[in-house]
Every structure is written in structure tokens, then in C-alpha cells.
Design a protein around this ligand. Structure first.
Ligand SMILES: NC(=O)c1ccc[n+]([C@@H]2O[C@H](COP(=O)([O-])OP(=O)(O)OC[C@H]3O[C@@H](n4cnc5c(N)ncnc54)[C@H](O)[C@@H]3O)[C@@H](O)[C@H]2O)c1
Length: 251
């Protein structure tokens, strides 16, 4: 048996479509997984699935939009694991497909609070921990709408903001062992993607036609990119916005 301690990863939004698949995949690679979600019951369901497959995971109920809750979560991570090797900042809200002039103050604030400020806040804690221990890998779940325009204005704005956080942090910390990258999924048959898929045949056909591969992706296809970006195989990859989008962003 190896004396090397298991690597630890934090997955935010770990109770959701992509996050739960990520938790299982990282656990299957031997990671201990801290599963964070604002819906504690969803985080616990992911943890149960990981444990029943023989993996290690713990549930953390926290709203990434709340500084005190995020602070408490990281205190618990330090107390429980002592280190954080990787983080997948995946928690996010959809924007409801609302064009800019129709967005209410409440919708705008809601999206910014979770998608942008929440991602920044988690990155801040993760980077401090990783710098103190000598390195780590962070992957943000952005979107093709972090690379391209979309009618969904608040979502598109927050995802472009996540692209900015990813590149800025990559530049600041590349020389100190912390790699920061992002995945940019197209339409995925899970979580928020189901809102589009369930919108009806016509809407789905229009959306799929933007993907040269002619189909939506799977959560596992996104997660495989995240696994790679967190691994030593990607040791010289910094600040990369990796599309996982069936060719959408090549137009
Ligand atoms: N599914 C897609 O087609 C698609 C495409 C591109 C990008 N994404 C991105 O993937 C990520 C995961 O989305 P998903 O599709 O799995 O949807 P999802 O809704 O299933 O997962 C999101 C999870 O985040 C959690 N969450 C929401 N607000 C939170 C908060 N304040 N604090 C902590 N957790 C919170 C939710 O409870 C949920 O479990 C999102 O960032 C989304 O923007 C998804």
C-alpha cells in the first residue's frame, strides 16, 4: 500500500448534473472529494453515490454567494483534509435566456452574486491554500457563452467574467505552482442543459445546429477534460479556455 496521501479536490455545485458526474470520476481516480452545494441534500446524494462505489467524499452545504459560508467551508476543508490539490469551480445559475434590456435588477444581482462573485470567492480561498502548500490546479466551469455572445445577457456577462478571472489568476500564479484553467462546455445533456433540451423540438434543433458535431455533449465528456486539466499531464497548461462544445466555438 502506498504512503502517499490521497489527493483532495473541491467540487462546487457537486450536487448538480455535471458536478455529480465529476465527483464520481475524481473519486474513481482516488481523490477525496469535497462536494459543495447550496442544496445540502443534493451534495449528500452525490456523496452517497461516491461512497457506494467505494470512493471517498464528504458533503459541504454552502452558498458560494455568501462570504461567511465559504470561509467556514474552507476552514472545514483545512481541518478535515489539511490540503487541497485541485478545485473544480462548477456551481452556477442559468440566466433564463433573458435579453439585456429585459433583465430585472434582481436577476442581474442573482447571477453576478453566484456565477461571478461566488467563483472569485472560491478561487481566492483555493489559491491561498494552494500557494501555502506549494501548488495545485484549478478548473473553472465557464461556457461557450464565456467565449461567444449569446442572447442570455446576464449569464453571458458572468461567464465572460469567469474567463477574465481564469486568465488573470493564471498569469498571477503560474510561476508559483498554481495552474488555473477553464472548460467551456456547449450544450450538455445534464443540469442546466436540460432546460434547453426540454424547451421543445424546434428550439433544440436550432441549438444543436450551432454544434457542428450535430449533438449535445455529455457530462462525462466535460469531466474528462477537467480530469486532464487537473492532472500532471497538463503540467504546462495555464490560463487555457478549453472548449468542450462539438465545434460550436470554431464558427
Ligand atoms: N449543462 C450545460 O449545458 C452547461 C453548458 C455550459 C456550461 N455549464 C456550466 O456548468 C456548471 C454546472 O451546471 P449544470 O449544467 O450541471 O447545472 P446544475 O443546475 O445541475 O448544477 C449546478 C449546481 O450548482 C448549485 N448551486 C447553485 N447556486 C449555488 C450556490 N450559490 N452555491 C453553491 N452551489 C450552488 C446547484 O444547486 C446545482 O447543484 C454551471 O456553471 C453551468 O453554467 C453547463
Amino acid at each position: 500500500m502506498s504512503d502517499t496521501p490521497a489527493k483532495t479536490i473541491l467540487i462546487t455545485g457537486g450536487g448538480g448534473g455535471i458536478g455529480s458526474v465529476a465527483a464520481s470520476a475524481f473519486a474513481a481516480r482516488g481523490y477525496r472529494v469535497a462536494v459543495c452545494d447550496v442544496r445540502l441534500d443534493a451534495a449528500q446524494a452525490t456523496v452517497e453515490a461516491v461512497r457506494s462505489a467505494g470512493g471517498q467524499a464528504d458533503a459541504f452545504g454552502a452558498d458560494i454567494g455568501d462570504a461567511a459560508q465559504v470561509g467556514a467551508m474552507f476552514e472545514r476543508i483545512v481541518a478535515q483534509y489539511g490540503r487541497l490539490d485541485a478545485a473544480f469551480n462548477n456551481a452556477g445559475l442559468g440566466g433564463g435566456g433573458i435579453p439585456l434590456a429585459d433583465i430585472s435588477e434582481e436577476d442581474w444581482e442573482r447571477n453576478l452574486r453566484v456565477n461571478l462573485s461566488g467563483t472569485w470567492r472560491c478561487m481566492k480561498h483555493e489559491i491561498k491554500l494552494m500557494l501555502a502548500q506549494g501548488g495545485g490546479a484549478i478548473v473553472n466551469n465557464c461556457s461557450i457563452l464565456g467565449l461567444n455572445g449569446g442572447a442570455n445577457a446576464s449569464y453571458t456577462a458572468t461567464k465572460h467574467g469567469i474567463a477574465g478571472l481564469t486568465k488573470s489568476a493564471a498569469i498571477s500564479y503560474a510561476g508559483r505552482g498554481v495552474r488555473v484553467n477553464a472548460v467551456c462546455p456547449g450544450l450538455i445533456e445534464a443540469g442546466l442543459g436540460l432546460n434547453v433540451i426540454n424547451r421543445g423540438e424546434d428550439a433544440l434543433r436550432r441549438f444543436i445546429s450551432l454544434h457542428p458535431a450535430g449533438r449535445a455533449g455529455t457530462a462525462l465528456e466535460v469531466v474528462k477534460a477537467v480530469l486532464w486539466l487537473c492532472s500532471d499531464e497538463a503540467s504546462f497548461i495555464h490560463g487555457h479556455m478549453l472548449p468542450v462544445d462539438g465545434g460550436y466555438s470554431s464558427h
